[in-house]
Design a protein around this ligand. Structure first.
Ligand SMILES: NC(=O)c1ccc[n+]([C@@H]2O[C@H](COP(=O)([O-])OP(=O)(O)OC[C@H]3O[C@@H](n4cnc5c(N)ncnc54)[C@H](OP(=O)(O)O)[C@@H]3O)[C@@H](O)[C@H]2O)c1
Length: 260
């Protein structure tokens, strides 16, 4: 069945690679890609020339509820369902580097990072959940029992450093706090969107340490730096193996369950 997916934060990095992979794997699939500056998203524009009838690009700044609301209305006019929503946009910190100690923490850094990484994805789900409820259950494994079937999958791109239990090093206040908040939102969403007839599987996924602009300042000394292709292939395997029982989980690229 042809899938309809929405990738939020698709101009670069992991989000762009999700668009590539979803289009390459599904000859009839539709990918709706959002980014804050479509005109400067040159790689995404090139991809749309390769898949003119399957890839649609819309402007959306994840820090603006007005943008999310406006774009949700436009997309709702173009599709009657979503089978997959991936919230990929994210930032380490406005400076590009995580705080190493308390003296680096600022209200501006905390609020922009939280808005981008946690509040925006939650608002995305608010506006797009009606389309997710109408999904046809193309992604994930469907249960035999009708009550355990799902309509769609929501992926919030989290990070292992958002685990409170796993935090042994400290630092990176804004990023760690934002991903911990995103994990809480994912758990909450899994409860609310798991009720009723049209259930949505909601998961927080850690992609590994991936060779992108976000992680670039920290590449030195990473023993296992993933390419975007490898990370997204692993994440697609995780997504395709999900059942409703996995909803609310915090999983890595190899399906290991992380502690909150
Ligand atoms: N790379 C890693 O090692 C790693 C590890 C763990 C988790 N993650 C998570 O994976 C996700 C993707 O990260 P990445 O590595 O692909 O990062 P990236 O290459 O730096 O890409 C970040 C993306 O987020 C978008 N973005 C940032 N602020 C935005 C805003 N206000 N509105 C809309 N889009 C915005 C960027 O768009 P512009 O082009 O407009 O700036 C870009 O498309 C993030 O949530 C990140 O936290 C990454």
């Amino acid at each position: 069945m042809a899938a309809v997916s929405l990738v939020q934060g698709a101009s670069r990095g992991i989000g762009l690679q999700f668009c590539r992979t979803l289009l390459a794997r599904g000859p009839d699939s539709v990918v709706i890609a959002t980014c804050r500056s479509p005109n400067s998203a040159t790689d995404l524009q090139k991809l749309s020339q390769q898949y003119p009838s399957q890839l649609r690009i819309h402007q959306l700044d994840i820090t603006s509820e007005a943008d999310i609301e406006k774009t949700s209305r436009i997309i709702t006019g173009e599709t009657d369902r979503l089978d997959l929503l991936i919230n990929s946009a994210g930032m380490l910190h406005p400076s590009g580097r995580g705080e190493t100690s308390l003296k680096d923490v600022s209200a501006e850094g905390l609020s922009v990072t939280l808005m981008t990484n946690a509040l925006g994805p939650t608002l995305m789900t608010k506006y797009f959940s009606p389309l997710l409820a109408k999904g046809l259950g193309v992604f994930g494994l469907q249960a035999a029992e009708p009550k355990a079937r799902h309509s769609a999958v929501l992926v919030n791109m989290s990070a292992k450093v958002g685990s409170i239990t796993d935090n042994g090093l400290g630092g990176w206040y804004s990023y760690r706090m934002s991903k911990a908040a995103l994990n809480m939102a994912t758990k909450n969403l899994s409860i609310e969107l798991g009720r009723g007839r049209n259930k949505v599987i909601c998961v927080a996924l850690h992609p590994g340490t991936v060779d992108t602009d976000l992680s670039r300042p920290y590449h030195k000394g990473v023993p296992n730096l993933f390419t975007v292709e490898h990370s997204v292939n692993c994440l697609m395997d995780v997504i395709n193996g999900l059942t409703l029982k996995d909803s609310g989980k915090y999983l890595t690229y190899d399906r290991t369950e992380l502690p909150f």
